[in-house]
Design a protein around this ligand. Structure first.
Ligand SMILES: [Zn+2]
Ligand SMILES: [Zn+2]
Length: 370
């Protein structure tokens, strides 16, 4: 290799190193705009209340969780490191109060609400405690003592991944904690897992529904919100007190992989805020009735005709941030002259109760003949 060639090679390597350094120094500058409608009287906050860092068994620094939340279009997060599991303790402090202290300035700069939290981890049963005032108070305690201490701090407590290492069952220890007012919610969604067996508990046990990532590794940038699990919180005010009040009042919806779980009232509110039918009248053309909708939100709605009018069938996706046409088809012999005043739809990806889809009645007049 000649000297000039070596010089050129060194130059090139130097340039590559400078480019790499610049890339490493510049944090992500793009925030996803996630359109979820507010409900009358409530601001809809997109939240992830279960995240880990190197302060327990995660792989990232606390400020990284804030940066990811900003990038993905979230409004609020809680960083919830384990109280009793510190595999990095030889290199990183076990003082869990530091997690919040380190992340807070970054959260304030980014406009992300940071809820102080910790994951109370006792054997296979884990609870997240939000709004804690002393994150170090639970280390070394048993489950009941830790939950009692968290309750004394005024924490909001929810059961994490309820079927993590065994069947998803409402265990005696959970029942006892629930009786003592120490189970306020449950993760219906943890990561990509939906705990179907936990859904029937929501109503009778008066639990808030939560959907969180429980991320330990860095979160991938290409995942849009909705693929990244998110808890929608319907808050009277976009601040920590607003979040606490909404969680306590159980005004939450879980959103993961284009499915949403929550009360019929909240799901209907999301539909009404997101989707406008673009016609109040439609007629049979050939054997097809076309119903156009505009969906201004980032949520897709899978609509299926059920019930009226009985002489039509059909289903289709009302796509996010788009106009979509739902094409309904008449049977071989359309009823002559018959008219329907309403259309009854089921939204098959919105679930108000186990085994149920949201049902809607739309005031659309459909004429079978001109
Ligand atoms: Zn856990
Ligand atoms: Zn966890």
């Amino acid at each position: 290799m000649g000297r000039s060639m070596i010089k050129r090679l060194l130059n090139r390597l130097f340039t590559a190193a400078v480019v790499l350094l610049a890339a490493a120094a510049a944090p992500a500058q793009k925030r996803a705009l996630v359109a979820v409608p507010d409900l009358p009287g409530y601001k809809t906050l997109k939240c992830d209340f279960h995240l880990h860092t190197v302060f327990s068994d995660g792989e990232v620094w606390p400020t990284t969780r804030v940066m990811e939340a900003w990038r993905d279009g979230l409004d609020a997060i809680a960083i919830t490191d384990h109280d009793d599991y510190h595999p990095h303790k030889d290199d990183v402090s076990v003082n869990l109060a530091r997690v919040h202290q380190i992340a807070l300035p970054a959260a304030e700069r980014a406009g992300i609400l940071l809820v102080p939290g910790v994951e109370i981890s006792k054997g296979d049963i884990h609870f997240n405690a939000l709004f804690v005032t002393d994150a170090n108070a639970f280390t070394g305690l048993d489950l009941t003592s830790a939950l009692t201490a968290a309750k004394k701090q005024g924490a909001f407590l929810f059961w994490n991944h309820p079927g993590w290492r065994g069947p998803t069952v409402w265990q005696p220890v959970i029942e006892a904690a629930h009786k003592d007012g120490m189970v306020h919610g449950v993760e219906l969604v943890n990561g990509r897992t939906f705990y179907a067996e936990a859904f029937p508990w929501i109503g009778p046990k008066k639990l808030a529904i939560l959907a969180n990532t429980d991320a330990h590794a860095p979160l991938p940038a290409e995942q849009r919100l909705g693929q990244r699990p998110v808890t929608l919180v319907f808050a009277r005010s976009a601040d920590l007190e607003g979040i606490r009040e909404a969680l306590t009042a159980r005004r939450t919806v879980a959103w993961m992989d284009d499915h949403l779980w929550g009360s019929a009232e909240l799901l209907k509110g999301l539909w009404e805020g997101a989707v406008k039918p673009l016609t109040a009248e439609a007629r049979l053309e050939g054997r097809i009735v076309r119903l156009p909708f505009r969906n201004g939100s980032s949520i897709p709605f899978e609509a299926q005709l059920v019930g009226k009018p009985t002489w039509l069938t059909g289903k289709g996706t009302i796509h996010p941030q788009s106009e979509s046409v739902l094409a309904l088809r008449a049977g071989p012999v359309p009823p002559g002259g018959e008219e329907a005043a309403t259309v009854e739809l089921e939204i098959t990806n919105l679930h108000p109760a186990p085994g149920e889809n949201l049902r809607l009645t739309l005031p659309v007049r459909i004429a079978a003949r001109k």
